[in-house]
Design a protein around this ligand. Structure first.
Ligand SMILES: [Zn+2]
Length: 304
């Protein structure tokens, strides 16, 4: 187990900005600029698009700004003008059908990392392989990102050896133990050595699942039997910058794009063993812009 305290690690994140000061009277001031320090592409394109105002989506006819969250296409902004990000692991987002699309930040991930992100609408979700997939969801039995890889390997080991030794996951049931089906994945020839190295570092993890919905709906989805046996990973110490705070919910209840971003931060450091240099900051390209717009409006209205 790592003795690294997450609280001591420095991230250009809202968490640091809101917790460095113990003086609660500063909170309001700090909350205005919580996403500073990110390595972001220029927001000029979004500023211009905002000046032009909303456009009508040519596919669904909806009135939209920047992108159509129904059709997952850009609007008034071209693909060349926004940052595209390659992620170190595939991400699935499971969306509740009743979730208002316009409030969801899941679409940000799909637009900014199109080849690595897939959005599913519940109940249409894939059948996942238990030892290749993790679910980012808090609760009893959830492990940290640091401990995730070891837990996954323990599960794989336990299954392949028919061992009855209980690994860190209490939910692992002996009747699920199967033969060794996980021989090494055929590494694509031509891959640079470094890529192979990274691949083996995260083996057997293939996919990370996030749930995108309100708190109550999330509980319903997370109890779906197809997700029940997945290793659960918790982002314990992050605090949300989300401008639509859900009433009565803790400020550790993250917007989906925040959860993905923070997960990848930890993943980069603890699983890839690399120093984080802002590789995934642009996942917050839209989020940080919208956040600044909302805060400017709040300031103008004298609320903060
Ligand atoms: Zn549309």
């Amino acid at each position: 187990m790592s003795s690294l305290d997450q609280n001591q690690r420095l991230h250009p994140s809202c968490r640091d900005k809101t917790t460095v000061s113990s003086d609660s009277s500063d909170t309001c001031e700090l909350a205005k600029q919580p996403l500073q320090g990110l390595k972001l592409a220029s927001h000029a394109v979004l500023e211009k698009a905002q000046e032009r105002g909303r456009l009508k989506c040519s596919k669904c006819g909806g009135s939209r700004m920047f992108f159509c969250y129904t059709c997952c296409s850009l609007l008034g902004v071209s693909l060349q003008e926004i940052p595209l990000i390659t992620l170190p692991v595939k991400i699935d987002i499971i969306k509740h059908p009743n979730e208002t699309d316009g409030k969801s930040t899941a679409i940000h991930a799909k637009i900014l990392a199109p080849s690595d992100v897939t959005i599913y609408t519940y109940p249409c979700i894939p059948d996942y392989e238990k030892d290749e997939v993790v679910l980012v969801f808090p609760g009893p039995g959830a492990v940290s990102v640091q401990d995730m890889m070891q837990c996954l390997r323990d599960m794989t080991e336990s299954r392949s050896h028919g061992s009855s030794d209980e690994p860190c996951i209490k939910r692992l049931k002996s009747e699920e133990v199967q033969g060794a089906t996980h021989t090494a994945k055929n590494p694509e020839s031509g891959n640079p050595d470094e890529a192979k190295g990274l691949e083996s570092r995260v083996y057997p993890l293939q996919r990370v699942v996030f749930i995108d919905s309100t708190w109550n709906q999330t509980n319903k989805i997370s109890t779906d039997e197809r997700l029940q046996d997945l290793l659960r990973v918790e982002l314990k110490t992050r605090k949300t910058c989300f401008w639509r705070h859900q009433k009565g919910k803790p400020d550790t209840y993250l917007a989906t794009i925040e959860a993905i971003y923070y997960f990848l931060n930890d993943f980069h450091v603890h699983c890839l063993s690399q120093e984080y240099k802002g590789e995934y900051d642009n996942l917050l390209f839209f989020y940080s812009y919208l956040h600044s717009v909302v805060n400017k409006a709040k300031t103008a209205a004298g609320k903060c």
